[in-house]
Every structure is written in C-alpha cells, then in structure tokens.
Design a protein around this ligand. Structure first.
Ligand code: NAD
Ligand code: UDX
Length: 480
C-alpha cells in the first residue's frame, strides 16, 4: 500500500488529503501537524475549518485510510510520498520584508524530512512557494540525506476556499512539475497515478519544476488582476453614472475575456492573492525587472484604494462624521461559505471606521467573536504566523461588539456595511431592519448583494459599489 504523509493540516492539507483518501482507498493518508488543537479538532466532530461537503468526506474515510496525527516524524519516516503544505507567509523582517515569502516553516519541514528519512521519498511542494524553491529544498535534503534518494515535485494547489471540495473533486487541471531526469519523470508518474484515480489524465499537466512553481503565482496574479481591474472600473462607473454590473456583463460576453471573476467588491481578501503577488513582485525585483514588478504592484494598490474609497464613502455620506455612530457590519469573512478571515477586506474597512471613532456591531455566520477581536487588535505580522506561534488574545476593543444575527447588529444603527456576500443578507427583512434603525438609515453594500431599488423604496439611502449614485450620495462626494 502506498503511504502518503502530508505535513500541515490547514485549509489546503486537510481537504486535499481527505479527498485523496476518499478517491484512493488503496492509499493510506496521514495528515500531521505540530499544532495539537488542530489535530484534535480534525479527529473530532467539529473540524477546524468550515468548508461545504468536507465533514462528509472526512467521515467516510477517517479511521479507514485517513488519519490525523501529531506524530510528525514517525509518519514522515514511514511515507513514500510526503506533501508539504505548511504556511509560506510574507516575510515581516529582514531582507525582502513585506514582500518575499517567509520559508522558515518550509525549511524546518525539509530539515526534519532529511533527519528522519530512512527510505527513498518523493517530496511534494503543496505550499505556494517562490520560483526555484525546489532547488533550495533539494540542497537541504540531499546535503543531509545519508544516501537516500529524494525527488522533489511541485504540485501547487488551485482550490478556492468555500468551494474546496467541489474544486478538488473536479479540478480544472492538476499541475505537476519535476526534474527532466529519468528519476524525476518516474516521480511525476507516481504522483500522476494518485490523481488519475479520479482526474482525467488529459487534465493532469506535467511541466518542469520552475514552470509549475511560477504558474501558481501567475494564476493568482491574473485572478487578482481581474478583480482590481473591475474594481478600478467601479470607481469610474460611480463617477460617470455607468453601472459596473452592466459593464461586467457586457465585457464578459466576449469569449476572450469571459464572465467569471468580474464582480466588483470592496476588495479581494484571502490568504493567497496579496501574499503571492507580493512574492511575485519581489522575484521580479530580484531578477532586475522593476517595470514588471511595478505592473503587478498596482494590483495590490488598487485593492487598498478600493477599501479606503469605501470607508471614505461611508464617512462622507454620514455628514463627514461617524464619531460615536453605530455601524452594523454584516459579514467579516473574506468571502461567503468560509469562516476564514485572513486578509479579509473587512479588517481594513473596520479599522478605517474605528479610526473615525465609529461603534461597530459585527455579525458573521461563521466567524467567532474571538477571531474578530484578534483580527482588529493584532498586528498583521502576528496574525500571519502559524497558529502555535500566535500570541494570546489581546484586550478586546471596546468600540466593537459581535452579535449573533443581522437584526441584532442593525438595531439602533445609523448605517449598515455589507462586507461579505453571504446569501442570507439577500433575504433579510429590510423593512424590519429599517424600522429599528436611526434615520436617515444608510446601507453601504460592498458586495452588491441587496436589491438597492427595493431598499430605496423602504426609505434607505443605498450605496452599491460601482452603481449609479442616488442624489444624497452625489451631493456628498467621497474623497478617495
Ligand atoms: P494553514 O495555516 O491553514 O495551514 C498550515 C499548517 O501547517 C498549520 O496548521 C501549521 O500548524 C502547520 N505547520 C507549519 N509548520 C509546520 C511544521 N514544521 N510541521 C508540521 N506542521 C507545520 O495554511 P493553508 O491555507 O493550508 O496554506 C498552506 C499553503 O498552501 C500556503 O503556502 C498557501 O499559500 C498555499 N495555498 C493555500 C490556499 C488556500 O486557499 N488557503 C490555496 C492554495 C494554496
Ligand atoms: C484563490 C484562488 O481562486 C485559488 O485558485 C487559489 O488556490 C487560492 O486563492 P480564494 O482566495 O480561496 O482562492 O478565493 P477566491 O474565490 O479566489 O476569492 C478571493 C477574493 O476575491 C475574495 O475576497 C472574493 O470575495 C474576491 N472576489 C472574487 C471578488 O471580489 N470578485 C470576484 O469576482 C471574485
């Protein structure tokens, strides 16, 4: 029986390995992590991450050919294939701080693999890493290897959170990069055989190592660039009276452009886009390509601009002051169907509103009060670290209350900001909400989820990203 071990039981390691175990009953899969609470949760009825369909997959194979353990060294030593799916956050100190990927966790995993291995292994980069990381990892492994043969493969993961199980069941493609030597090709085939249990072989792309590593960064950069492009258009739409949804629809009909990923928003979030683009920018700079670096940097700058623009719109619409005003925040996760808040635009928006002395009442169906307080009070550099290295919860911010539903959040509020596109926000009883709010009552829709016309009929003043402004908002232009 082939044995797989995955180091890192997070958003990628957990779901990816659960699906491999489900689709390959002839393979034993062990997911290991040094963070014990996470492993305990994977072995319980309350999995550590929320992902539609995940519970079902885990229940079907846990204890049969899927195991979660903190005994990292034992399972790595026994494995034929070792996936490494640990954190690769942005460096916060030293050379490349604020841009380069921090490979501390990757390197420590590689050194441990070298130390404990007694048999040949295929080591798979599942984490997103800078181009040429495989070369460094190869050096670490072979330098310490006592004659053991290690083949390094790059197998970047393209799943999106909230649809991870769907994406893993039906990936657009699986990408495997390896050395162009006979041993490298053999390793590629071994990993291809795993995926071929359920992915059509023509969708499994095999490349050299550097192409696979770079393709992951390129894919995220292209996706994020689409969002920044449509968000840049949203600002122009508001200035001119065009409607960004109509523009997206019209341009998306061109098959060369395509209709996906053209939803204007308060900004993109998530653990990947910003970090991977910063990493790309750094690699370009290190390779003497400042023009290319500055092209990609703009994608992040527009994303920051979009969040600032939203905050400024809220403040200027409410007579240029929100000091002491109650604002309901609907949604804190970086997108719907996940409880993940990493790089969520809600952090920047809430911090902007708090900076103007607003009182926030926050509701998200999947994010805990503790998480929200941590996100709003801790430094970004602290939040980016793996869970076992994060400091204890700081003192709660008094201006922030977290509540259990949208109605409670909006009670007595002057305005509502919708920051995540949870489906339940579309069907709220907005008349009831309006009746319980201070007047004039505002809705700032950062995800274009509400029917603005209906809300206006109720009496709300409504701002929808990239849509024609009503007369109130036109009279109080926001300064970006
Ligand atoms: P995560 O923080 O959810 O999980 C990483 C896990 O690795 C943590 O539980 C941590 O405790 C563990 N870990 C760190 N060092 C370890 C070590 N030395 N030994 C054992 N365990 C260790 O992160 P994630 O979201 O799963 O991301 C992992 C990688 O996958 C990153 O490189 C990320 O860029 C990439 N990726 C993420 C996504 C996504 O949607 N989250 C998608 C594609 C790729
Ligand atoms: C992304 C990539 O899609 C995935 O392939 C990669 O493996 C990891 O990074 P993820 O961050 O989980 O996945 O979610 P995604 O659906 O890409 O959304 C990222 C952010 O962009 C979210 O904040 C989302 O709300 C925002 N977004 C997305 C928009 O603002 N508009 C869109 O049209 C699409």
């Amino acid at each position: 029986m082939v044995k797989i071990c995955c180091i890192g039981a997070g958003y990628v390691g957990g779901p990816t390995m659960a699906v491999i175990a489900l689709k390959c009953p002839d393979i034993e899969v062990v997911v290991v992590d040094i963070f014990e609470p996470r492993i305990i949760a994977w072995n319980s009825d309350h999995l550590p991450i929320y992902e539609p369909g995940l519970d079902d997959v885990v229940k079907q194979c846990r204890g049969k050919n899927l195991f979660f353990s903190t005994d990292v060294e034992k399972h790595v030593a026994e494995a034929d294939i070792v996936f490494v799916s640990v954190n690769t956050p942005t460096k916060t100190q030293g050379l490349g701080a604020g841009k380069a990927a921090d490979l501390t966790y990757w390197e420590s995993a590689a050194r441990m693999i070298a130390d404990v291995s007694k048999t040949d292994k295929i080591v798979v980069e599942k984490s997103t890493v800078p181009v040429k990381t495989a070369e460094a990892i190869e050096k670490i492994l072979t330098h310490n290897s006592k004659g053991i043969n290690f083949q390094i493969l790059s197998n970047p993961e393209f799943l999106a959170e909230g649809t991870a199980i769907k994406d893993l069941f039906n990936p657009d493609r699986v990408l495997i990069g390896g050395r162009e030597t006979p041993e490298g090709q053999k390793a590629i085939h071994a990993l291809k055989d795993v995926y071929a249990h359920w992915v059509p072989v023509e969708q499994i792309i095999c490349t050299n190592l550097w192409s696979a590593e770079l393709s992951k960064l390129a894919a995220n950069a292209f996706l994020a660039q689409r969002i920044s492009s449509v968000n840049a258009m949203s600002a122009l739409c508001e200035a001119t009276g065009a409607d960004v949804s109509q523009v997206s629809h019209a341009i998306g009909k061109d098959t060369r452009i395509g209709s996906k990923f053209l939803n204007a928003s308060v900004g993109f979030g998530g653990s990947c886009f910003q970090k991977d683009i910063l990493n790309l920018v750094y690699i370009c700079e290190c390779n003497g390509l400042p023009e290319v670096a500055s092209y990609w940097k703009q994608v992040i700058q527009v994303n920051e601009y979009q969040k600032t623009r939203f905050v400024n719109r809220v403040v200027s619409s409410m007579f240029n002051t929100i000091s002491g005003k109650k604002i309901a925040i609907l949604g804190f996760a970086f997108k719907k169907d996940t409880g993940d808040t990493r790089e969520t635009p809600a952090i920047g928006v809430c911090q902007g509103l708090l900076g103007d002395k607003a009182m926030l009442r926050i509701y998200d169906p999947q994010v805990s009060q503790e998480q929200i307080q941590r996100d709003l009070s801790m430094q970004k550099s602290e939040l980016d670290r793996p869970p076992h290295l994060q400091p204890a919860s700081p003192t709660a911010i008094k201006q922030v209350a977290c509540v259990w539903d949208a109605y409670e959040a909006a009670k007595g509020a002057h305005g509502i900001c919708i920051l995540t596109e949870w489906d339940e926000f579309k069907t709220l009883d907005y008349q009831k909400i309006y009746d319980d709010m201070q007047k004039p009552a505002f809705v700032f829709d950062g995800r274009n989820v509400v029917d603005a016309e209906k809300l206006r009929e109720i009496g709300f003043i409504v701002y929808s990203i990239g849509k024609p402004l009503d007369s109130w908002l036109k009279d109080m232009p926001a300064v970006a």
